[in-house]
Design a protein around this ligand. Structure first.
Ligand code: DGL
Length: 267
């Protein structure tokens, strides 16, 4: 099984920020990525719908013989990871727990901000993990739904993006947070803009770093880490493969030559 690929999925393009980190930290691994571009956004959908979608995608990825699955989407990690773990006999790793762990180790004043989709914020999952790790921690969450379309438009540094970020973040800044978790796959692409808005005294946390290192540890502990360096990654989406390909080529360290469309509803 060592040579089998890792399955990674997201509601769309955002999960590529997690793929980028996996490629950086464990370059030997092959990736099969699925982006649910036809049904994005997940962040405003119900728990039931997100679980149904996540199960279909897991079925699809398993049909590609993946040895582990990374749920790169924060919303699906918040709402569906436990169900997927119960129903599958391969490692399933979400991004929320690793992100919370990094934030708990980063904060000095125990005041942590979390920005994410509506569904992730309403699930309270970051609060639960963070308080379990340290009961002194106070969590201040804010849904920032406009960030997703801004990233999809590639308006990463625009004045309009800065203005929206200032509006979303002023409330959190008022609580005196020293750490801010970017709890949505798209937000790490706004890193520079967000850092400018919150100032250097606030540490930004990208859950993708710790997720990739958790994956590395899990693979090594199970003897599943790939030894061969020759890569063959595969990319699938449920709609708009050309647009996806252009996005992927902007942010990944490798060339994405081909992206295939999948009818995910049949899984
Ligand atoms: N991938 C989602 C997340 O990380 C953001 C986009 C969406 O709402 O589907 O929460």
């Amino acid at each position: 099984m060592r040579d089998y690929p890792i399955g990674v999925f997201d509601s769309g393009v955002g999960g590529l920020t997690v793929v980028r980190e996996i490629m950086r930290q464990i370059p030997n691994e092959n990736i099969v990525y699925f982006g649910d571009t036809a049904r994005v956004p997940y962040g405003s959908k119900s728990k039931e719908t997100i679980i149904t979608f996540s199960k279909q995608i897991t079925q699809f990825l398993r049909s590609k013989n993946v040895k582990a699955i990374v749920v790169a989407c924060n919303t699906a990690s918040a709402l569906a990871v436990e169900v997927l773990q119960q129903e599958n006999d391969i490692p399933i790793i979400g991004v929320v727990k690793p992100g919370a762990k990094t934030a708990a180790l980063t904060t000095k004043n125990h005041k942590i901000g979390v920005i994410a989709t509506e569904a992730t914020v309403n699930s309270n999952i970051y609060d639960q993990y963070l308080r379990k790790m340290n009961d002194k921690i106070q969590v201040y969450s804010k849904a920032c739904p406009l960030f997703v379309p801004l990233v999809e438009e590639n308006w990463l540094y625009d004045s309009v993006t800065v203005e929206i970020a200032e509006r979303y973040l002023s409330e959190l800044m008022g609580y005196g947070i020293d750490t801010l978790v970017l709890g949505c796959t798209h937000y790490p692409l706004l890193w520079h803009t967000l850092q400018k808005v919150v100032g250097e005294q606030v540490q930004l946390v990208n859950p993708a770093f710790e997720t990739a290192s958790t994956l590395k540890q899990v693979l090594e502990s199970k003897g599943l880490n790939r030894l061969n360096r020759k890569n063959e990654h595969k990319f699938y989406v449920s709609d708009g493969s050309e647009k996806f390909k252009a996005f992927a080529n902007r942010i990944l360290p490798c060339d994405v030559m081909e992206t295939s469309d999948v009818n995910i509803e049949q899984y």
